[in-house]
Design a protein around this ligand. Structure first.
Ligand code: SF4
Length: 460
């Protein structure tokens, strides 16, 4: 029995792609192994969103070289660095067997055949035409036992934010036909999934036969589904129709991840984000009016070329004004072939130590705000969809609120149940407490036709 090991880097899109790779390999009689040293095939599914991500890939490749030397394991690189570097990666890493882009997952059988039978070192990074692109259909058995799952609804991005490598590594936007999406969601409910997160690099520009707002409403109507989430969005696609969907359908979870990237209009202009802070705040205000109490999170880049102390002060002021539930903030990292990397000299690179100092100030402010938001919940009861045992303490249960707040609690509710939890303690990003009521029993799920091995994933 041949065994494979997939090391996944980066975003949820990559995690989902790795699941699909596992399903393709399963049809070639490969079985997963959680131990790289036991694998006959190792695939690194890579991320190139920041320089650090690429360095992580190279050091992992160094580790797997010894496995290759000791047992002749095949070594391949997929994902965004593969798409970005193409055959340069084969030159850079002489012991690598193949490189394949995100559009070539379905071609893995042919790629492996060429590597094994024809002893070729293969590079497969061609884009598939939008009309011909077929989204891999998830095998629901891969998600058996999970309460929440991610469903890919589109790939690529037609925006050209000047700092972003995604349009170069994921190609143009292709939306998945809505019957396909709804079919996969229905399949997932049959193995016990109660919550789905619709994913794409820019989901709210979805055009798979119906609008994104309609897709959310239809997904919420699939029997068995209790909560619908999605990520990632672009502010200029936050339509009135989408806002209205939040007003109409309580199963659309009251959490919106809306990356703003900076609080300064001149910086947003150089980032090519195509909105102003005034426009961003107008959309946010309308969303909060439609769904009071909605949790809002965002992404922020600190130290973008040309960012002055005054620009950064506007980012701090925006953070204070919006009071985000949480932020994912990073220092600017120049990416190959992006507009900002090419213009960095003209706009003026921000010194590394200044970037770090600003990032620390921003994260300190956000931690205070997150702590104020969560501590205000002490003594209140919150609704929790139970996902299983707590990672921190197996004696406790774990789940999340509709606002996507993580909760560890004393109780006995099984995975898939909906319960009330009395909040007793909080940290900026976590709640803890005790179960006080059962709101909904878990679904009764029929056993699988055939037993399947676990699909282990290393996510870095
Ligand atoms: S919208 Fe997002 S994925 Fe698309 S180019 Fe901008 S930052 Fe990148």
């Amino acid at each position: 029995m041949k065994r494979y090991f997939i090391h996944t880097f980066g975003c949820q899109m990559n995690v989902n792609d790795s699941l699909r790779m596992g399903e393709v390999l399963g049809k070639l009689d490969y079985r997963p192994t959680p131990v790289a040293e036991e694998a006959d095939l190792i695939i690194l599914n890579t991320c190139s969103i920041r320089e650090k991500a690429e360095d992580k890939m190279l050091s992992a490749l160094g580790r797997y070289r010894t496995v290759k030397l000791s047992r002749g394991t095949l070594l391949g690189v997929g994902g965004c660095v593969a798409q970005q570097e193409k055959d340069r990666l084969l030159k850079k890493v002489p012991y690598l067997d193949f490189v394949f882009g995100p559009d070539s997952i379905a071609r893995l059988p042919e790629i492996l055949q060429r590597v094994q039978d024809e002893r070729e070192r293969v590079v497969e990074t061609a884009w598939v035409d939008s009309e011909e692109y077929v989204f891999p259909r998830a095998d629901p058995e891969t998600s058996r036992g999970k309460v929440t799952e991610f469903v890919t609804v589109m790939k690529g991005c037609d925006n050209v934010c000047s700092f972003c490598v995604v349009p170069h590594t994921r190609g143009r936007e292709v939306s998945r036909a809505f019957p396909e999406v709804l079919g996969e969601v229905a399949d997932l409910t049959r193995v016990g999934v109660r919550e789905v997160t619709l994913i794409g690099q820019n989901v709210n520009s979805y055009r798979g036969g119906i609008s994104f707002a309609q897709l959310l409403l239809r997904t919420a109507e699939v029997p068995g589904i209790e909560r619908v989430r999605f990520t990632t969005s672009h502010p200029h696609d936050l339509s009135d129709e989408l806002i209205e969907a939040f007003r109409l359908q309580p199963k659309i979870a009251p959490h919106f991840h809306l990356p703003v990237q900076s609080g300064s209009d001149p910086v947003l202009k150089r980032m090519r984000r195509d909105y102003t802070i005034e426009q961003y705040l107008e959309r946010l205000e309308k969303l909060r009016e439609a769904r009071p109490g909605i949790a809002v999170t965002t992404d922020i880049i600190v130290g973008f070329p040309g960012e002055t102390e005054e620009d950064f002060a506007l980012t701090l002021a925006l953070t204070e004004k919006v009071r985000y539930e949480n932020q994912f903030s990073f220092i600017y990292s120049p990416r190959p072939k992006t507009g900002a990397a090419l213009r960095e000299k003209d706009w003026g690179a921000v010194p590394h130590e200044v970037k770090i100092e600003r990032l620390e100030r921003l994260q300190k402010m956000q931690r205070r705000i997150s702590a104020e938001i969560t501590s205000a919940l002490v003594g209140q009861e919150v609704e929790v969809l139970v996902e299983g045992a707590s990672r921190y303490n197996p004696l406790k249960r774990f789940g999340r609120t509709p606002e996507n707040r993580t909760v560890n609690f004393d109780g006995d509710a099984p995975a898939g149940a909906m319960v009330k939890v009395l909040v007793e303690h909080t940290t900026p990003n976590q709640l803890s407490g005790k179960q006080t009521a059962m709101l909904m029993e878990p679904m009764v799920v029929p056993p699988p036709e055939v037993e399947r091995p676990e699909f282990p994933q290393i996510v870095a």
